[in-house]
Design a protein around this ligand. Structure first.
Ligand code: GRF
Length: 317
C-alpha cells in the first residue's frame, strides 16, 4: 500500500465539498489526506471548519494583489504543505497559466453541471431553462480552458417538476459530496492501480507498427504480428506484488548497470535471462515518456528489417 497522497484544497466559500473530502479522507483505507485548506477569502466558512478539524490553513485575500502574485502565494503554501495534488472546491478565482501549468495533471475541480454542458456560472438555471431531464456535477482536471479539462467523473441528478435553481443546487450538492471524494481517491490511486498501469503500456505499445497483444504466461504481452515479443507487463508475478514492464536490453552489462543506478526501479526479471530488464511501473512517479522510449527500443530490437526501415524513414521527419 503506497503512502497516502497529500492533497491541498482551495476554497472560497462554505466548503461543504471540502468537508466531504476531509471526512472521506478519515475513513479507513482512504487513499489521500488533506494537508492544507487554503482560501482567498479570510472569512470563508471552510477555514473555520478546517481549523476545528486540526487541518492546516492558509488565507490570503486577493484584493489589491496581481493575479500572478496571489497565485504564487497559494502555490508556495501548497508546496510548503508538501501537497501532491490540489483539489479546487468552490475556489472562485481563475488561476493563471503558470499555476495551471505547474499543477498540470495534479489539479482537480468540481463543477455543478454535467460537463461539457454548461461550463461557467448559473449552471442549474441554464439546465432548467433548457428543459434538461438531469442536472448534476462533474469532476475534471484543470486546464487553461475554464471547466474544460478531461472529465474524470459525473453524477446525474434528476430535475423534478417545479425545481428552481436553488432546489436543484441543493440536491446536486448531495451528489457532489458523493462524487468528489470517490473520483479524487480513484485518481490519486491510478499510479498504483495495475489495470490502469497496463492500460498505459497498452496504449503506447499498440501504437507501434504491427503490434499485437497476447496473453503469455498469464501476463499481458506485446509482440509484432507473426513475429517476436517485445514487451511484457509483469503483474504480481508469483506474488511479488510488483507491476513492471519487461523490456529488451543489450545484455548482462546493461542490466547490471541499470540495477546498480536505480535498484528500486530496475530488477532482473526471473526466467527472462540477461536480455531483459524489469522496470517498476508502480512507484508512483513513472515517467511515461521514458516508458514509451523503452517500448520503441524493444520493438526495434525484435522487429524485422523491413519494419525498422520504415521507422527510420519516419524518424527523418
Ligand atoms: C459547488 O457547487 C461546486 O460545484 C462549485 O462551487 C460550489 C462550492 O460549494 N465549484 P461548497 O463551498 O463546497 O459548499
Amino acid at each position: 500500500m503506497p503512502d497516502k497522497a497529500r492533497v491541498a484544497v482551495l476554497v472560497s466559500g462554505t466548503g461543504t465539498n471540502m468537508a466531504a473530502l476531509l471526512y472521506a479522507s478519515r475513513l479507513p483505507g482512504a487513499a489521500y489526506e488533506i494537508v492544507l485548506v487554503a482560501s482567498n477569502d479570510l472569512a470563508a466558512g471552510a477555514l473555520a471548519l478546517a481549523e476545528a478539524e486540526g487541518v492546516a490553513t492558509f488565507a490570503l485575500s486577493h484584493k489589491g494583489m496581481k493575479r500572478a502574485e496571489h497565485d504564487a502565494a497559494m502555490d508556495a503554501a501548497a508546496r510548503e504543505a508538501k501537497a501532491d495534488y490540489i483539489a479546487l472546491a468552490g475556489y472562485m478565482r481563475v488561476l493563471g497559466p503558470a499555476f495551471v501549468a505547474d499543477w498540470q495533471g495534479r489539479m482537480l475541480n468540481i463543477h455543478p453541471s454535467l460537463l461539457p454542458r454548461y461550463p461557467g456560472l448559473d449552471t442549474h438555471a441554464r439546465a432548467i431553462a433548457a428543459g434538461d431531464g438531469h442536472g448534476g456535477a462533474s469532476v475534471h482536471l484543470v486546464t487553461d480552458d475554464l471547466d474544460m479539462g478531461e472529465v474524470l467523473g459525473r453524477a446525474e441528478v434528476a430535475i423534478a417538476p417545479g425545481d428552481t435553481a436553488e432546489t436543484l443546487a441543493e440536491r446536486v450538492k448531495f451528489a457532489e459530496h458523493q462524487l468528489y471524494p470517490r473520483v479524487l481517491a480513484d485518481y490519486v490511486s491510478r499510479p498504483f492501480d495495475p489495470d490502469w498501469l497496463v492500460a498505459q503500456v497498452r496504449e503506447r505499445a499498440m501504437a507501434l507498427p504491427h503490434a499485437e497483444e497476447t496473453l503469455s504466461h498469464g501476463m499481458p504481452c506485446f509482440g509484432i504480428e507473426k513475429g517476436k515479443k517485445f514487451a511484457w507487463v509483469s503483474m504480481d508475478h508469483h506474488g511479488d506484488g510488483k507491476t513492471a514492464l519487461l523490456a529488451k536490453i543489450d545484455g548482462a552489462d546493461e542490466q547490471a548497470q541499470l540495477i546498480e543506478n536505480d535498484p528500486e526501479r530496475y530488477y532482473r526479471p526471473a526466467y527472462f535471462g540477461d536480455g531483459w530488464i524489469g522496470i517498476r511501473l508502480d512507484l508512483g512517479d513513472t515517467d511515461w515518456q521514458s516508458i514509451e522510449d523503452w517500448l520503441s527500443r524493444s520493438w526495434r530490437a525484435v522487429a524485422p528489417k523491413k519494419l525498422t526501415g520504415l521507422m527510420d524513414a519516419a524518424d527523418q521527419f
